[in-house]
Design a protein around this ligand. Structure first.
Ligand SMILES: Cc1cc2nc3c(=O)[nH]c(=O)nc-3n(C[C@H](O)[C@H](O)[C@H](O)COP(=O)(O)O)c2cc1C
Length: 180
C-alpha cells in the first residue's frame, strides 16, 4: 500500500492529546491541504479560524455544547466556516457550500495524520445552537457560517489504527455493483 493510502486507511479520531505544540510550518501545511480540495465551481467558499490559545479552545468546546471535550486538551482548534458571499454562481444550490467545507475539513484531517498529528472532527453545522454559539464567540460576519471544528494535537497515547470493530476495512454490503 502506498503512503497516501496508508494515511487514509489508518486515520482515526484522536480525542486525547499530549502537551506538544504544532509547528507554524505544520499548521500552514494543514491549512494548505484544506485549501486544496475540490469546491463547487471553484468557489473556494470557506474560511478558517485558527486557535492556539488554551482559553479560547475551552470556549470553543463550550460553544459546541456537547461531545467537544477533545478541544480541551488540543494544541490547535480550527473552525471551518462557509463563506456564503462566494456562492452566487450556484445561487440555486447554495447548500454546496457545506460539501466544500466538509472536503476542506477532511483534507486537513488527512494532512494532519500524514504528519503524525491526531485530530477529531467535531460537528457544528447544521446544529443551530452550535452554529449560533461559534458565530457569537468569534463575532463572525453574517455571511460566514460555522461548519465544523477540528481539534488537533499529537496523540497522548496509542490509539489503535483505523480498521477495528465497528469500522471494518471493507464492508461488502455497502457496495452495489452496476445496479442497486
Ligand atoms: C460530521 C461529524 C461530526 C462529528 N462530531 C463529533 C463530535 O461532536 N465529537 C466527537 O468526539 N467526535 C465526532 N465525530 C467523530 C466521529 O465520532 C468518528 O469519526 C466516528 O466515531 C468514527 O471513528 P474514527 O474517526 O476513529 O474512524 C464526528 C464526525 C463527523 C464526520
Amino acid at each position: 500500500m502506498n503512503d497516501t493510502l496508508k494515511t487514509i486507511m489508518n486515520r482515526k479520531s484522536v480525542r486525547k492529546f499530549s502537551d506538544k505544540t504544532i509547528s507554524p510550518e505544520d499548521i500552514k501545511t494543514i491549512l494548505q491541504a484544506g485549501m486544496s480540495g475540490p469546491s463547487c465551481v471553484n468557489s473556494r467558499c470557506w474560511s478558517f479560524v485558527v486557535v492556539r490559545d488554551k482559553d479560547k479552545l475551552l470556549q470553543m468546546a463550550d460553544a459546541n455544547v456537547r461531545y467537544a471535550d477533545p478541544l480541551r486538551g488540543a494544541a490547535l482548534g480550527i473552525l471551518v466556516c462557509g463563506d456564503l458571499s462566494r456562492t452566487e454562481f450556484f445561487a440555486n444550490a447554495r447548500e454546496f457550500w457545506a460539501i466544500d467545507g466538509a472536503i476542506a475539513a477532511q483534507n486537513m484531517i488527512l494532512a494532519a495524520e500524514s504528519l503524525g498529528i491526531g485530530s477529531c472532527w467535531l460537528g457544528t453545522w447544521p446544529v443551530e445552537e452550535r452554529v449560533a454559539n461559534q458565530a457569537a464567540l468569534f463575532d463572525l460576519p453574517e455571511h460566514i457560517v460555522p461548519h465544523s471544528v477540528i481539534a488537533l494535537g499529537y496523540p497522548a497515547d496509542d490509539v489503535p489504527p483505523g480498521p477495528r470493530p465497528g469500522r471494518p476495512e471493507w464492508d461488502a454490503d455497502r457496495v452495489h455493483w452496476e445496479t442497486w
